[in-house]
Design a protein around this ligand. Structure first.
Ligand SMILES: Cc1cc2nc3c(=O)[nH]c(=O)nc-3n(C[C@H](O)[C@H](O)[C@H](O)COP(=O)(O)OP(=O)(O)OC[C@H]3O[C@@H](n4cnc5c(N)ncnc54)[C@H](O)[C@@H]3O)c2cc1C
Ligand SMILES: *[C@@H]1O[C@H](CO)[C@@H](O)[C@H](O)[C@H]1NC(C)=O
Ligand SMILES: *[C@@H]1O[C@H](CO)[C@@H](O)[C@H](O)[C@H]1NC(C)=O
Length: 505
């Protein structure tokens, strides 16, 4: 079996997000001639999605390059395509190691319409940072002395608040706890989870950060997708082609089938293939694994699909005529004074969903965006928000901001929000490590099928969820696409007894 032979093999990539594009491009550049991408929607980019609000470019999906430095392929490509601001390219900013927490200058507002001072808030933020650090050490210790990250944080926060600030008045301690409550909601957004109680301590340290000060794309993240798409051979993407079932062979023997896999599309088309690279989001896989694979996924793989978490984090962009936050402010935190119980879930979701919104990040620079805030809300509350009309969401945002600023006249110009949970091809935002998960679960997700037999690598798995340390990111997704392309490339480059049989052309 020669490489030449492999280059004729039929390869179908399911999904035209960054991982699918990355895989197809690498294969095409290597000389594979029969690569096809099937995409359910009418666009490429998946969770990289740039939109407009008036004249402003806004990111409905991915926002930042996390850790823009030499080891980050998304940074290197974006630099090469000329998509980044000069400040993002400086050696100083590339070498800043922020450990996933950008040095954002906060403004704090409380539900009684007071602006809180940084002196009041600083110690709580420090405490929270400390505990996140401690929480991430369990993954390489093996044991998990707490049921979840949420339980760990809650117990430790109560202990340390009592120890550290025992001299403080009760209202002051209560305010500190309320702030910590807000920080729990921040972390729900960062991890894309309903509650920190859904996060396993064993998986909490798996996520790795890269050096570099997180940066954005002045003309939109989709510029990266557009540049990559230009490099793909024309016509290899079929849009509006949702795949409904991948028929594979559990123990195919040589020559049993010319093409071991049949990819069935929702519209009835059946496409024969040697290899299929699945890049659908984990949220989609959780919902449809039962019909997407025939025969079904092996149990250990299915269990990992179920254990791994996929939650919702949405953005609500709000535009104002003039700012009500400080000029140097990067993030606005909202503190509910009636929430000192360290609970990150809202009891009455339909009536009080907006209490889950931790606050807003400020779109910068102002010359580019005007006065636009980006609200962040995770969990079931966020999923419920998606079902409301834009007008209803605008009303809630108006009332919320009036309450916290104590200014009854502030009125947003317009709003725009994302709806990732109800996106039928995504079913949420991104992956987190659920209760009881460890790195083996991610390896299981990435493991190709079938597990044995003479026709290996029929079904391969890429996508953000399959990266053992960069899950939930764009660079993680891209690297998994390249990984699966490399798997096929080396399969056909190294002599092996396990080669698929090809028809004589
Ligand atoms: C709100 C939000 C904010 C984010 N912020 C950041 C950030 O700041 N920085 C960062 O690095 N990452 C961020 N992410 C995560 C990042 O966007 C993703 O990790 C990455 O884009 C995933 O790429 P992917 O190729 O794995 O999946 P996707 O981009 O989801 O691509 C999968 C594709 O498969 C298609 N598909 C699904 N089902 C089928 C089917 N049956 N048949 C055919 N096609 C199908 C989908 O339509 C989609 O196009 C964010 C995500 C969200 C939602
Ligand atoms: C680093 O990035 C920040 C934010 O974009 C910018 O303000 C600053 O000027 C940059 N530093 C350098 C040395 O360019
Ligand atoms: C949650 O996010 C933080 C910060 O990005 C990260 O350190 C941590 O590992 C994440 N945890 C999970 C379970 O994804």
């Amino acid at each position: 079996m020669t490489l030449q032979h492999g280059l004729d093999s039929q390869i179908v990539v399911v999904g035209c997000g960054i991982s699918g594009i990355g895989a197809a491009l690498k294969l095409a550049k290597h000389g594979f001639r029969n690569v096809r991408i099937l995409e359910a929607t009418g666009r490429s980019g998946g969770r990289i999605k740039t939109g407009r609000m008036g004249n402003n470019i806004i990111e409905i999906g991915a926002n930042w390059i996390h850790g823009p430095s030499e080891a980050n392929p998304v940074f290197c490509l974006s630099r090469q395509y000329g998509l980044l601001d000069p400040e993002s390219l400086t050696a100083e900013n590339q070498s800043l190691d922020i450990g996933g927490h950008p040095p954002w200058l906060p403004n704090w507002f409380s539900s009684s319409g007071r602006k809180l001072t940084v002196e009041q808030m600083g110690p709580a933020m420090e405490l929270f940072g400390e505990l996140l650090e401690e929480g991430s050490e369990f993954s390489h210790k093996g044991g998990e002395p707490y049921n979840s990250v949420g339980e760990f944080l809650r117990i430790k926060m109560r202990q340390r608040v009592a120890e550290r600030w025992q001299g403080d008045s009760l209202p002051c301690q209560s305010l500190r706890l309320s702030m910590l409550n807000t920080l729990l909601k921040v972390e729900c957004c960062v991890n894309g989870t309903h509650t920190m109680d859904a996060l396993g301590l064993g998986g909490y340290g798996l996520y790795k950060t890269l050096p570099g000060l997180d940066c954005t794309f002045p003309k939109g993240y989709e510029g990266l997708i557009n540049n990559l798409m230009k490099e793909l051979p024309t016509g290899i993407v079929s849009y509006h082609h949702p795949v409904s079932c991948v028929h594979w062979q559990r123990e195919a023997r040589k020559a049993e089938r010319v093409h071991p896999v049949t990819v069935e599309c929702a519209h009835g088309e059946r496409i024969p293939a040697d290899h299929v690279i699945i890049t659908v989001p984990l949220g989609y896989l959780k919902k449809y694994h039962g019909t997407l694979f025939s025969p079904p996924l092996p149990l250990h793989k299915l269990h990992s699909v179920q254990r791994m978490g996929f939650g919702t984090n949405n953005k609500i962009f709000v535009e104002f005529d003039k700012p009500w936050w400080d000029e140097d402010c990067d993030v606005v935190y909202l503190v509910w004074e009636d929430e000192s119980d360290l609970v990150d879930q809202v009891a009455d979701v339909e009536r009080l969903w907006f209490k889950k919104l931790f606050g807003f990040s400020v779109l910068k620079p102002t010359e580019r965006y005007g006065h636009v805030l980006c609200g962040w809300i995770a969990g079931h509350e966020s999923e419920f928000m998606e079902t409301l009309s834009e007008l209803e969401v605008k009303h809630s945002m108006t009332n919320l901001i009036r309450k916290f600023t104590g200014n009854p006249t502030i009125t947003p110009r317009r709003i725009l929000r994302s709806q990732w949970f109800h996106d039928p091809w995504t079913c949420g935002s991104y992956t987190y490590t659920g209760i009881g998960t460890c790195v083996q679960d991610i390896h299981n997700l990435a493991q190709p099928l079938p597990l044995n037999g003479e026709q290996p690598l029929q079904v391969l798995f890429a996508g953000e969820a399959t990266h053992p340390s960069f899950f939930s990111t764009v660079h993680g997704a891209l690297l998994t696409g390249w990984r699966e392309a490399d798997r096929l490339i080396s399969h056909y480059s190294t002599p092996s007894t396990h080669q698929p049989t090809r028809s004589k052309l």
